[in-house]
Ligand binder design. Structure first.
Ligand SMILES: NC(=O)c1ccc[n+]([C@@H]2O[C@H](COP(=O)([O-])OP(=O)(O)OC[C@H]3O[C@@H](n4cnc5c(N)ncnc54)[C@H](OP(=O)(O)O)[C@@H]3O)[C@@H](O)[C@H]2O)c1
Length: 259
């Protein structure tokens, strides 16, 4: 049985991957993971493959036990894994509740790693793994501080894993877009700390580019010329300058230049 597994499938990037993979791949089933069961079930009306809803909170340890048990019971051939569950908060570090920051690391890093780990034994030559990173994978981001750090983890983990899995011909790619119009913002925005969003892409554009880049054998997918330029620039500019530009854009009060 050929399947794809997509986390964060109720919304935004995850949902878009479900729709696109259903068209691109020959899949018997798509296992969709997120907390909102009814929305997962509703995906069935939009795809050909059988939707298998796994209503799991990926910040909870028992979810991984349930996920592993389901894999062991069905023993599928996982052709594609997409780790798109994730969230951020646009707030000063000290104003963000500690529990929220811990959950962010649990979901964006630990869950992404654990789902990858548990799924790999069910993947063969030619299998593909898409990991949702971000433009913030490449630079420290004041006031999206912990989120940016989780995305740096995703990038580093995914690129290194891609090298480790090369002998098995399993591809791992980090998808690192700029801003995308999704529900991400309704979770992330608490006040006006972050208010300047220079440009938005759509989930369709990001997924389309990711599928093309995977076919080309890339380990990194970045949509849009300005985003690619920013990724290049932050490699050469001093990190202090990069953060200063960001803080200026966002009108974040900082004394960085006096340090
Ligand atoms: N939007 C952007 O500007 C942007 C830019 C760069 C990267 N990204 C990354 O892209 C990925 C997808 O984000 P998005 O923009 O598509 O946001 P989104 O529309 O808010 O989707 C987030 C998904 O994660 C799921 N999720 C949240 N908490 C969960 C939990 N505890 N357990 C299981 N699933 C959970 C949500 O489903 P439930 O609520 O049903 O659980 C939802 O399906 C994230 O990793 C994000 O960091 C987004």
């Amino acid at each position: 049985m050929n399947i794809a597994i997509v986390t964060g499938a109720t919304s935004g990037m995850g949902k878009e991957f479900v729709l696109a993979l259903d068209k691109q791949q020959q899949l018997d089933e798509i296992w969709v993971v997120a907390r909102r069961q009814q929305i997962l079930c509703d995906l069935q009306s939009q795809v050909q493959a059988k939707i298998v809803p796994l209503a799991l909170d990926l910040t909870k340890q028992e979810s991984f036990e349930q996920f592993q048990a389901k894999l062991q019971e069905a023993s599928p051939n996982v052709k594609v894994l997409v780790n798109a569950a994730g969230f951020g908060k646009f707030l000063h570090f000290e104003k963000t509740p500690l529990a929220t920051l811990m959950q962010m690391i649990d979901l964006n890093c630990k869950a992404l790693m654990a789902i990858t780990y548990l799924t790999l034994p069910f993947m063969k030559q030619g299998a593909q793994i898409y990991q949702m990173g971000s433009l913030s994978s490449f630079q420290p981001v004041p006031c999206i501080n912990v989120y940016g750090a989780t995305k740096a983890f995703v990038l580093s983990f995914s690129r290194a894993l891609n090298v480790e899995l090369a002998p098995k011909q399993i591809k791992v790619m980090a998808v690192c877009p700029g801003w995308i119009k999704t529900d991400f913002f309704s979770t992330a925005i608490e006040d006006s700390t972050i208010s300047y969003f220079n440009r938005y892409y759509t989930p369709q554009q990001v997924v389309e580019k990711a599928l093309v880049d995977m076919k080309k054998g890339k380990d990194l997918s970045i949509l849009g010329f300005p985003v690619r330029m920013q990724v290049r620039a932050v490699k050469f500019l001093p990190t202090k300058t990069v953060m200063k530009i960001w803080c200026k854009q966002q009108k974040i009060n900082t004394k960085l230049d006096k340090k």
